[in-house]
Design a binder for this molecule. Sequence first.
Ligand SMILES: Cc1cc2nc3c(=O)[nH]c(=O)nc-3n(C[C@H](O)[C@H](O)[C@H](O)COP(=O)(O)OP(=O)(O)OC[C@H]3O[C@@H](n4cnc5c(N)ncnc54)[C@H](O)[C@@H]3O)c2cc1C
Length: 404
Amino acid sequence: MSKPRALIIGGSMGGLFAANLLHRAGWQVQVLEKSTTPLTSRGTGIATHAGLMKVMELAGARFGEALGTPINTRKAFDASGNILAQLDTQQVMASWSRLLSFLLEALPSDLYRMGKMVTSIEAGDAKNKAIVRLAGDESIEADLVVAADGYRSWSRHHLFNAPAPEYAGYVAWRAMAPLARLDKAYQDLLHDGMMVSQLPGDQILGYPVMPSDNNNDVHINIVWYRKTNTDALKILLTDAQGVQHSDGIAPKLIHPQVLQNLKQQAADTLHPAWTQIIQLAPELFMQPIYDSVTTSMAQSRVALIGDAAFISRPHIGQGVTKAAGDALCLVKCLQSNTNDVLNALQIFSKERVAVGHQVIQYAQRLGSVISQPGGELASWSQLYSNVANVLRDTAVELDGVACV
Ligand SMILES: Cc1cc2nc3c(=O)[nH]c(=O)nc-3n(C[C@H](O)[C@H](O)[C@H](O)COP(=O)(O)OP(=O)(O)OC[C@H]3O[C@@H](n4cnc5c(N)ncnc54)[C@H](O)[C@@H]3O)c2cc1C
């Protein structure tokens, strides 16, 4: 009997977890990634969790001791360097590029096709296979389509009719600089933990990572969240030619005046260790923060996973773990419902939509200290104005997210 065929749309975290797990479960797999350049070049830090490592093992990723940088503490300090709170806890901080490399290495390379842009999908039904169409007129039939195509997902928009992601009222600036290039006092302050500082409407956190699989120099990765109204956001998204990049602006296109203002504001308000990283970083990435939900993750033969389904605010440090858990849950449901993809997907959807909502709610509570909303989140904003509570609840693993 021939193997059932799965097409995976998107070759990033969610797509690679799904591809590896399905391949190991006996499916014939093909990943279709629209990018023509390797995704490993995206350089940012990723907090890991025990559940994520278990799913990586199941997916065949051999990371050994090389996943990332272990940390043993979390500390909060103010602009003068006074330690406000401390929590001893262990975690491994990985980089995007390393995680992705391990997942890519686990998959036979001929199953991963780059420069393949999916333009439409027919979801199929119990009798008919799904059909995926690519730019350039190629079309492929499949028993299962896994849409792991991120928050601008074609399927999310056209097949699932899910609401557009909602702006959370703040942005994240991300940067990385080599630890060894910082002043000695700042190295001592930042080298061994997740460090946090916050002011009303601002929160900055940093932790050590090794940036890529071919660079073992420890860097400090920072994320600086800043409350930003929609008018100010438009300015951040507008380049020097006056073009507004509503879907996100590439680092090289950010207006020089925006960067200059940011650096000045850092110098005026933050501890100088943070300011030095912002000055030294070769690039500053700016990402508006969104909440994105859906009521269903299954449509006939199409499953929606990762950020294509739910995007939670990053404070939870669990976007990759959630994508991994979605993929694992999908494969478990398919294994216990062999020969009935449609039913398996319905069971998968029910289970993971509940997890998605749980994650979104937890992350909104953490983020409320930056956006400072009224209503029921106001009490959470108050709770997290005490930075000891931020240390305790940021980037901790939630039960069930990894589905292990
Ligand atoms: C500031 C910030 C900090 C974060 N920190 C963490 C953290 O510490 N820990 C953590 O776990 N997560 C973190 N995340 C979240 C994490 O990065 C995402 O949740 C994760 O990348 C989601 O993976 P994905 O595969 O679902 O989507 P994506 O990574 O967005 O990938 C989607 C892929 O689909 C491809 N694609 C799109 N459309 C098509 C098409 N039509 N045809 C073919 N291919 C297509 C894209 O090119 C892309 O490669 C953070 C996010 C932000 C913004």
